[in-house]
Design a protein around this ligand. Structure first.
Ligand code: ATP
Length: 319
């Protein structure tokens, strides 16, 4: 049995409507995994079940061979060893950073508590903010306080629910880099959920794709990119253009080459400047719209363009 073993979890809030459906994965100790899926795909529900904070209808969760009990089976739901960090931090607004971090350690002896809080403040680079209230911190710093608090009990599994969604681009990149290093050093097993593939790619070497509560695909990003199991998994990576007259066949914008004289004719109807290329919306002869990448930035709105792509790069995908 794996370190953290999740077997056939089923959950519905309304009869017949599964929010989590026959979901199984096993995680090794120290592994960092990103669970990626669109809003409403059951990610938060699954995390709460894994933390022992939400009843499952069936299936089992084991940590190091010990069965995780449902809240209804336990006087105090949840486990010190499995900590869940929420998207909106759930900090105590009138408590300082230090008090927030030490809250789970209430029943520990004073000397241990002081030592542990000091360690965590240092680990997360929060020493300068120890006496501040959460509202005086940036979003990234508040998220670090929430993570420090979750780490205070030395959990072996950390579940992060959309940890970066309220941070701006620079804050998130910095925090992701910092946390990735720290989790690696601590050897903690991390499952973090996100709807943002970029965050997932920056944080985790392995992805798990969830759609409507079902595990669609698990693997390294390059494997999923090259061989997505379905349209949903493929679309997490990029837009897909449907190939005319070929059923369920698509080509990625990056795989389409643009020419001035030969290829499939189209007309540029919109041009958007992006960092590495101009993104063009082109109308095909049948009226369908495609997105393509003008890496040389030579085409303008209203101009004719000709498209070519290699057949080998076409993706045949079911919904
Ligand atoms: N306590 C509840 N009672 C009834 N329905 C619920 C409850 N919790 C979640 N749901 C429903 O279950 C589905 C999955 O919700 P969940 O929050 O797990 O998805 P998610 O992938 O985390 O989405 P998001 O990223 O928007 O939080 C949604 O349709 C939601 O309305």
């Amino acid at each position: 049995m794996a370190f953290f073993e999740i077997q056939s979890i089923q959950k519905s809030f309304q009869p017949g409507q599964h929010v989590v459906s026959n979901f199984s994965i096993s995680l090794q100790k120290g592994q960092i995994t990103a669970l990626v899926g669109e809003s409403g795909s059951g990610k938060s529900t699954l995390l709460r079940i894994l933390a022992g904070l939400e009843n499952r209808d069936s299936g089992e969760v084991f940590l190091e061979g010990t069965r995780i009990q449902n809240p209804k089976e336990k006087l105090v739901p949840g486990y010190d060893e499995i900590q869940l960090v929420y998207q909106d931090y759930h900090l105590y607004p009138s408590s300082t950073v230090e008090e927030n971090i030490s809250r789970p350690l209430l029943q520990y002896d004073k000397a241990y508590k002081a030592r542990r809080v000091k360690e965590l403040l240092k680990l997360l680079d929060l020493e300068a903010f120890r006496d501040k209230l959460p509202r005086h911190l940036s979003g990234g710093q508040q998220q670090k306080v929430a993570i420090a608090r979750a780490l205070s009990l030395e959990p072996s599994v950390l579940l992060l629910d959309e940890p970066f969604s309220s941070l701006d681009g620079i804050q998130r990149r910095e925090l992701i880099a910092e946390l990735k290093d720290m989790f690696g050093n601590l050897g903690v097993t991390v499952l973090f959920v996100t709807h943002d593939l970029d965050d997932a790619l920056q944080m985790a070497p392995e992805l798990v794709i969830i759609q409507k509560g079902k595990l669609i695909q698990r693997g390294r990003p390059e494997e999923i990119f090259a061989k997505p199991k379905n349209l949903y998994a493929a679309k997490l990576f990029s837009h897909l253009n449907p190939v005319p007259e070929k059923n369920k066949t698509y080509v990625r914008p990056a795989d389409v080459q643009l020419f001035k004289t030969s290829g499939m004719p189209a007309k540029v109807v919109d041009k958007q400047y992006l960092i590495h290329y101009n993104q063009l919306t082109v109308a095909l002869q049948g009226g369908e719209k495609w997105l393509v990448e003008d890496k040389r930035r030579i085409f303008d709105t209203g101009e004719r363009v000709f498209l070519k792509w290699e057949e080998a790069l076409e993706l045949i995908l079911l919904g």
